[in-house]
Design a protein around this ligand. Structure first.
Ligand code: URA
Length: 266
């Protein structure tokens, strides 16, 4: 997605944007409500009714109205958080536990976590309202790399670590076992009888790393995401966050552009 240079708040106004994303970012409703508005013919672009949420609009110059009210573009923001223990990375939690959004004091835009980290996982996490970029960073077909340090029960042998490299069979949400994609795995050492494994994966199934380590007989006792692509939480205490720099945003967008040449299946 093309943007103009970042504003001091860390945001950039989008140039081109998918209409549904534009409307959701402007806060007129959830993605589902936006679809309802579109279907009901309540949205116009330059005076013409538009029902296709996938239509790409010129966000700064096209006149978009919903229910006859002009909708203005909202800056795209990119936030890097050091997720601490004890917060969920989903927006709503049935158990009412604190969420990562509660840590972002002062952020006016409605941002979303890019991918998920478990309640008990710490480390680097990106939040943004740039849905296009978020899709490319999370869809397994695009292969964006995430690196974890897993402290596991026992000390894994080199052959156990090698199994992680080749792929291990782990259960999916329906309980069916599927092989994980090849990963990079290294034994980093041990601390208090726990082995430490560095694992770089390109997919993001739920509890992926925990399940992979379980599959080689070494359950995870603590887990940290140390890298999200080239991004780290360096300089951020657990719970702290910052806006990404324009240079970091440009690098991520370069990845997304390259990845975008191959569209994901719906
Ligand atoms: N894999 C996991 O098992 N948990 C996380 O939080 C992230 C990756």
């Amino acid at each position: 997605m093309k943007t103009v240079p970042a504003s001091p708040s860390g945001g950039a106004l989008p140039l081109e944007q998918n209409l549904a994303q534009f409307l959701a970012n402007a806060g007129i409703g959830s993605r589902r409500q936006v679809s309802d508005f579109l279907r009901a013919g309540m949205v116009t672009v330059n005076g013409m009714v538009e029902r296709q949420g996938s239509r790409v609009i010129q966000a700064r110059t096209d006149a978009v109205k919903c229910n006859s009210k002009r909708i203005m573009p909202v800056p795209l923001v990119y936030i890097l958080l050091h997720k601490p223990l004890g917060v969920v990375s989903t927006l709503d939690d049935p158990e009412n536990r604190p969420t990562v959004l509660g840590l972002l004091r002062g952020v006016r835009e409605r941002v979303y976590p890019v991918g998920r980290l478990d309640y008990n996982t710490t480390g680097v996490m990106l939040l943004t309202n740039d849905g296009d970029l978020a899709l490319r960073l999370t869809h397994p077909r695009f292969g964006f790399q995430k690196t974890y340090h897993a402290h596991v029960e026992g000390v894994p042998s080199e052959s156990a670590i090698h199994k992680l490299r080749l792929g291990v069979r782990i259960p999916n949400a329906g309980g069916v076992f599927e092989k994980s994609q090849p990963a990079e795995a290294h034994f980093l050492g041990k601390s208090k009888q726990r082995g430490i494994i560095a694992l770089t994966v390109r997919e993001g199934r739920k509890h992926q790393v925990r399940k992979m380590c379980q599959a080689i007989g070494h359950p995870v006792r603590s887990l940290q995401r140390v890298k999200f692509g080239f991004l780290t939480a360096k300089g951020l205490a657990p719970g702290a966050w910052r806006y990404m720099t324009p240079d970091e945003i440009t690098r991520l967008q370069a990845f997304a552009r390259k990845a975008g040449k191959e569209q994901p299946r719906p």
